[in-house]
Design a protein around this ligand. Structure first.
Ligand code: FAD
Length: 369
């Protein structure tokens, strides 16, 4: 660890969590000259939500124009393609089709197209003839094409972030579970593995599924509002054999997600999911009973699923907030200069990772440089 005995603080800047968000924040801070230490409770990076997602570089279609999700997703889409190209990280700008199942849904599809346009994302309307040429196996009533959607190797992305952090003299330290001890004169005191106690000038809480819990611990010492978080599990199943689609195939979005869609990964396997299941606790078991629900949903756009073999795959857990946007709590929210809480960083968090890192760095530069 970068531990600074005899200084006013033990650490300059601690980032909690080595998921794609914590690593991106640490990379950006270290590039700007902050002495950064990432503390991760697991024995390796990216073992939680960052390795349990669809790996999609989203275009920024669905979100309110002025939301963090919209702004960061659009910026992040470009930034990720550029970074991946420069660093030779595997990605594929395969494009995505969003479809309406029937006449009634078509209205919603065109509303989505208008919303995307407000976000400067162009969705091309495809005639059924055009669609048959490019995705002959898709059965639907009408469809839109997003050219700028793609997929990325998330593990390699995180590995490259770590290379950058270490090149900028930062450190990532594993097996360190961070707890909150106290806040004294703007200094955050935290514990590691419930034993050692340290102080830090800057504390970035990017603990993913636990960040609201850490934020609540801090709010017990210095009262401020922490929004409620709902966990929504998303399960996936995998198709055996050849993929029917070349692109990502999405229905219209549902209440807590983007609907059970068809994704391809970089090994050309087809993955279906995620669904939406509100859960109380973090548990990554996938229930075998989901298969019939998935088959029913997928057969509405690909009837041949019925004769193909599928297997239960993995799942991830979303952190949902009522406002349906990312929450980045800074001084204005809690009056603690050195604290940034990153809450509700669900989809499109992966896509938004680089601009989120830059946003947090700009905040820290304003207060500490
Ligand atoms: C099902 C699903 C599909 C998704 N699909 C996409 C997609 O296709 N495209 C997209 O852009 N986004 C997608 N997302 C969103 C994206 O995966 C997340 O926004 C992103 O991975 C969040 O990263 P994170 O670093 O905040 O969290 P995490 O990856 O969970 O990292 C947090 C880290 O903090 C550590 N930690 C927790 N508590 C402590 C503690 N007390 N001390 C130390 N360490 C701690 C954890 O061990 C973990 O490693 C999806 C999300 C889900 C759930």
């Amino acid at each position: 660890m970068i531990y600074r005995k005899n200084k006013k603080y033990d650490f300059d800047c601690v980032v909690v969590g080595a998921g794609v968000i914590g690593l991106s924040v640490a990379r950006s801070l270290s590039k700007s000259g902050f002495r950064v230490t990432v503390l991760e409770s697991n024995s390796n990076f990216g073992q939680e939500t960052s390795s349990r997602n669809s790996g999609v570089i989203h275009a920024g279609i669905y979100y309110n124009q002025s939301s963090f999700k919209s702004i960061f997703c659009r910026e992040g889409n470009k930034a990720l393609y550029e970074y991946a190209s420069n660093r030779k990280i595997k990605f594929k700008k395969c494009g995505k089709i969003i479809f309406a199942k029937n006449y009634k849904e078509t209205d919603k599809l065109f509303k989505l197209q208008k919303n995307a346009k407000k976000n400067n994302v162009i969705l091309k309307h495809l005639s059924l003839q055009e669609l048959k040429l490019i995705e002959p196996d898709l059965t639907c009533h009408s469809a839109l094409l997003s050219d700028s959607t793609g997929i990325i190797d998330v593990h390699d992305l995180m590995l490259n972030f770590i290379v950058d952090i270490e090149k900028n003299n930062g450190k990532v330290v594993y097996n360190c579970k961070v707890g909150i001890e106290d806040i004294i004169n703007n200094t955050i005191r935290f514990t590691v593995n419930n034993t050692q106690s340290y102080s830090t000038k800057i504390f970035i809480n990017s603990a993913g599924l636990n960040s609201h819990k850490l934020a609540k611990e801090i709010s017990k010492k210095k009262n401020y509002f922490v929004p409620n978080i709902k966990y929504v599990k998303g399960n996936y199943i995998k198709l055996s054999g050849k993929s029917p689609f070349k692109r990502l195939i999405y229905p219209l979005p549902s209440k807590d997600g983007l609907g059970i869609h068809s994704t391809i990964n970089l090994s050309n396997q087809t993955i279906f999911g995620p669904d939406e299941e509100v859960v109380e606790k973090i548990n990554y078991n996938v229930n075998e009973n989901i298969v019939s629900k998935f088959i029913k949903s997928i057969s509405s756009f690909w009837p041949n699923i019925i004769s193909r073999k599928v297997e239960i795959d993995y799942c991830g857990i979303r952190t949902k907030v009522d406002d349906n946007d990312f929450i980045i709590q800074t001084f204005n929210d809690h009056k603690i200069k050195g604290l940034v809480n990153l809450l509700g960083i669900e989809s499109p968090g992966l896509t938004s990772s680089i601009p989120i890192g830059n946003y947090v760095t700009e905040y820290c530069k304003k207060y500490f440089k």
